[in-house]
Design a protein around this ligand. Structure first.
Ligand code: ADQ
Length: 457
């Protein structure tokens, strides 16, 4: 990894948040785990929203990283974050699974907040720094920052899919968004098809010329590439090997009935994650006798998310109704058909669940990558457990030894879950060993190093 340049990360959120006692604490999550050590090693800085609407936060030093908070007003949180980011861009970039809403006042807030982030990044950077901008909230920052600071290297990484022309063309501000991204020296996407979509659209709507991997805006070159994000394999692996995790996993199995096979699902409560069709598949399997509550249980762990957005509230209600219906129909005393937990689990508890599962079912309708699939295999040093994975998760491109499914195909889901439950032990071990090798070789540290190496060229 290039060591010379300082690194400034620009992301919607700072990597630290205030705890109950009012002290700054490192936030959990893959991106922070991956990037904070890199920023630290390069004596760099991080620009982001601290997560509250208090005014007047000054830059401060935490974790040996210079933090520059960007403040947002309540109206900006509503219009830029809940509005344009979560109700325009998020659904548009995820196959329009919900109808994106287009409002000019949301766009104006997005523009204004992006400008504030760009100014903060410009003030934080020194000549020659690398500035790495993250995700769909901040797509205008690269061009705005270039205007202010043509002397820094600018990288951008999108964590969610980049949509095809048929969808992206709906966006009334499509040209501005493309021009915003083209301000970067390097635009990174999760998978090759996202990168291709972006390059084609940049040529079509923003006057860029060149190939799918190298575009020119006048004489300035913009590199485009795919950089599939990953996880800290060693961290998950070592938590999974810890004796306390092993005994907690056994306890979970005992609690649901030691002889019952566990099908586990872990997702943010989001309409992209495919809750509905997977629950319908499970219901179908119970109805048709492929599985019984005596021998099988589905566990759905769901982390609450974006609850102030109406589509999310409606979706949560629907999930809870469906779980209720299935349990009403099939549960027996002491044996529920679906265990549903709506909560955030601490990391070691999450890994104990991963270790307790016989089958991990990850069936999003569309997902940039999906880290849960990678976390699951990293948590299985015992080489058991089968991964059933949606073709529409970016992770499916690398994790070919999972059982790949079309999440909208209920019969296909039933078949895959059945196949996973009945898979011979030898086959399970072989698949898991290969999946683990794939994720171990390409962990989140390799991901960050690769991106920065290309940016530094
Ligand atoms: P997300 O849509 O949030 O991320 P994902 O990649 O699966 O999706 O990450 C979810 C994270 O939340 C995982 O690290 C998981 O462990 C954690 N999590 C889920 N349920 C939990 C629970 N109940 N308790 C505790 N933790 C829980 C976005 C994109 C993805 C992309 C990532 C990273 O939508 O496609 O993979 O960013 O780029």
């Amino acid at each position: 990894m290039p060591r010379d340049r300082r690194l400034v990360v620009v992301a919607n959120r700072l990597p630290v948040a205030r705890n109950r006692a009012g002290e700054w604490e490192v936030s959990p999550g893959g991106l922070v785990t991956a990037l904070l050590p890199v920023v630290k090693a390069r004596r760099g800085a991080w620009v982001g929203w601290p997560g509250s609407t208090d005014r007047g936060s000054r830059p401060f030093l935490e974790e040996r990283v210079r933090m520059r908070p960007v403040t947002l007003s309540d109206a900006e949180v509503r219009d830029y974050y809940h509005g344009f980011s979560n109700r325009t861009l998020w659904p548009l970039y995820h196959d329009a699974i919900r109808t994106p809403e287009f409002h000019r006042h949301w766009w104006r807030a997005y523009l204004e907040v992006n400008r504030r982030f760009a100014r903060a990044a410009a003030r934080t950077s020194r000549p020659g720094d690398m500035v790495w901008v993250h995700d769909f909230h901040l797509q205008l920052v690269p061009a705005m920052l270039r205007e202010l600071r043509p002397d820094v290297k600018i990288g951008f990484f999108l964590h969610i899919p980049f949509p095809p022309e048929e969808l992206f063309a709906w966006l009334p501000w499509r040209k501005q968004v493309l021009e915003g991204l083209l301000g970067a020296d390097l635009v990174g996407m999760q998978i090759a098809s996202d990168a291709r979509n972006f390059s084609r659209l940049a040529r079509e709507f923003a006057g860029a010329e060149g190939t799918d991997t190298e575009l020119y805006i006048g004489r300035r070159k913009v590199r485009i590439g795919s950089f599939p994000i990953s996880i800290d394999f060693d961290e998950f692996n070592s938590i999974a090997e810890h004796p306390e995790t092993i005994s907690r996993a056994k306890e979970i199995r005992r609690q649901v009935g030691a002889s019952r096979k566990i099908v586990l699902c872990v997702d943010r409560l989001d309409y992209t994650k495919g809750f509905d069709s997977r629950l319908r598949a499970w219901e179908n399997m119970l109805e048709e006798g492929h599985v019984t509550v005596k021998n099988n249980v589905l566990m759905q762990v769901a982390v609450p998310s974006r609850e102030s957005v109406p589509d999310y509230a409606a979706m949560r209600e629907q999930v809870e109704r469906t779980v209720g219906r299935i349990n009403g129909e099939f549960s027996q005393p002491g044996q529920v058909a679906v265990h549903y937990f709506r909560r955030n689990l601490p990391r070691h508890e999450l890994v104990a669940y991963y270790r307790a599962a016989d089958v991990m079912l990850v069936s999003p309708l569309r997902d940039g990558m999906n880290l849960v699939a990678k976390e699951f295999v990293a948590s299985r040093p015992d080489l058991s457990g089968v991964l059933v994975l949606s073709e529409f998760a970016g992770a499916a491109r690398e994790m070919r030894r999972a059982l790949l499914v079309n999440p909208r195909d209920i019969d296909g889901l039933v078949q895959a879950i059945n196949g996973a439950l009945k898979m011979p032990r030898q086959d399970v071990r072989q698949r898991m060993a290969i999946l683990r090798m794939v994720v171990r070789r390409h962990d989140v540290h390799a991901w960050a190093a690769e991106f920065l190496e290309v940016l530094n060229r």
